[in-house]
Design a protein around this ligand. Structure first.
Ligand code: TRP
Length: 462
């Protein structure tokens, strides 16, 4: 394969890859989104489904994505085109990378708005707004924030500047150092919040909501949401993990690093659920209330504990960092592509990408206020909800399936074998069959079932 046009950055070791990929995976998806979609979809049964999807669908796909990046050593578009060409297939496989770039912009556009909420909340916590506040006052703070397009816009813009700033500096200079300190900090604070939740009267009720499956609450659309989230939370299906894999130093173990990242991501999501649901029930809040769940729940804890002002501040700050390290990976495939394809500087590419995502984010900003009643498809979804739905539940799973099929059927066996030489042969075989058959079939079945149920078409087994 020809040498990449620019000398490429590399992680300083495979542990830095693990850290960066974990930084990408662990984000608002784990702490903000997971609890609220669990709440909306009835609890334990949904959690079980999600775990199932991670284990049998997205973990194998994650290995495929890391593997392709590791072998291709380019941006996702050129990696796919080049690996396909090498295997005698059409360069048009590069389209997968292109749709990933688009998905990345779309996800970042709303991700940045939500990350802005965490910044606003750092301010609330620091200013003592939660101290001694009751449940109604705390909910009021959230409603006021959403009602103001200007405040949302301000924080959204600031977050986008932060993201551009790190991406412009390249993978090593900005990201590596910060992550070594921040990720462990987040874990510690989350554990502390779970311990606090354990002292509240509804801890058992909260834990049961999270872990006791009641399958009567599952719908076909819940299955799609669980599966979509399994892609979203591991940052799969759009090339983020592929580009991170492309910075892996030679001699790394693709299978092992993927396993560690998936495990860390899952543990953090479950801890977030365990911190939040006991408080939801203790304070008589509604678990299915949607995107505001975290922001109206946790401040109730900060209102009551000693030092709540400091803990609250610390929590939202760490959440901001978790969001930051994820946002970077949403735009990195596009930036790497612009740099490697057009020869632009990283700064220029990061600015162009950032402005596109920022402008698209305006659709989400107004979805909570000015355009709250605008439903582009006529149903009940706002623009924010529609963008989230299309990217997470459609684009990522489809992108993931194509990546899996490519790695399973098209990749030169010699490439695959060389990169997986350190794993027992059975594991490689299992992986191969899951990316060839199991994961693609499962994803397509879930999508068909969800579409059929939305259109009210009975399935053969019904
Ligand atoms: N995984 C991150 C989270 O859970 C979000 C994210 C970062 C992402 N990069 C991604 C989602 C790429 C999909 C694709 O918050």
């Amino acid at each position: 394969m020809s040498e990449p046009v620019s000398p490429r950055d590399q992680w300083s070791s495979r542990w830095v890859f693990v850290l960066a990929a974990t930084g990408s995976a662990v984000g608002l998806g784990n702490i903000w989104k997971f609890p609220y979609i669990v709440g909306e979809n009835g609890g334990g049964a949904f959690v079980l489904l999600y775990l199932f999807c991670v284990l049998f669908i997205t973990l194998p796909i994650m290995m495929a994505e890391v593997l392709l990046g590791y072998l291709g050593k380019r941006d996702p578009i050129d990696t796919m085109a080049e690996l396909a060409h090498r295997a005698g297939a059409s360069r048009r496989w590069g389209v997968i990378g292109l749709s990933g770039v688009v998905a990345g912009f779309l996800i970042l556009s709303y991700y940045s708005v939500i990350a802005g909420w965490t910044m606003a909340y750092i301010g609330h916590a620091a200013g003592g707004d939660f101290n001694g506040a009751d449940v109604a006052q705390i909910s009021g703070l959230f409603d006021d924030l959403l009602a103001s397009p200007w405040r949302l816009l301000g924080w959204h813009s600031l977050f986008m500047v932060l993201t551009i700033a790190v991406v412009a500096r390249g993978v090593r200079a900005g990201l590596e150092k910060a992550l070594t300190i921040l990720m462990p900090g987040l874990l510690l604070l989350l554990v502390a919040l779970v311990l606090y939740a354990a002292t509240t009267p509804a801890f058992a009720e909260g834990a049961a909501f999270l872990f006791k499956p009641d399958f009567s609450k599952l719908t076909a659309s819940a299955v799609l949401v669980a599966m979509g989230h399994a892609f979203f939370t591991l940052s799969l299906g759009m090339g983020a993990i592929m580009i991170y894999g492309s910075y892996l130093p030679a001699g790394s173990s693709v299978a092992r690093v993927s396993l560690v990242v998936a495990l860390a991501d899952t543990v953090i999501a479950l801890l977030a659920g365990l911190a939040i649901f006991p408080l939801v029930f203790t304070h008589g809040l509604e678990p299915g209330q949607g995107p505001g769940l975290l922001f109206v729940t946790l401040p109730n804890a900060f209102a009551q504990i000693v030092g709540g002002q400091v803990v609250g501040c610390g929590f939202f700050l760490l959440m901001l960092f978790a969001a930051w390290s994820s946002a970077i990976s949403l735009i990195e495939p596009a930036v790497a592509w612009m740099v490697e394809r057009f020869g632009w500087s990283r700064l220029k590419a990061a600015l162009v990408g950032g402005v596109i995502a920022w402008a698209t984010g305006l659709l989400t900003v107004v979805s909570f206020n000015l355009a709250a009643d605008f439903h582009p498809l006529g149903g009940s979804l706002t623009m924010f909800e529609l963008i989230d739905f299309l990217t997470t539940n459609v684009m990522l799973p489809l992108g993931g399936v194509l990546i899996a099929l490519f790695a399973g059927w098209r990749l030169l066996p010699a490439d695959r074998i060389a990169a997986m030489a350190d794993v027992p042969a059975v594991v490689v075989q299992l992986w191969l069959w899951s990316v060839r058959i199991v994961a693609p079939v499962a994803v397509l079945l879930v999508m068909v079932a969800a579409i059929a149920s939305a259109l009210q078409v009975p399935m053969p087994w019904e």
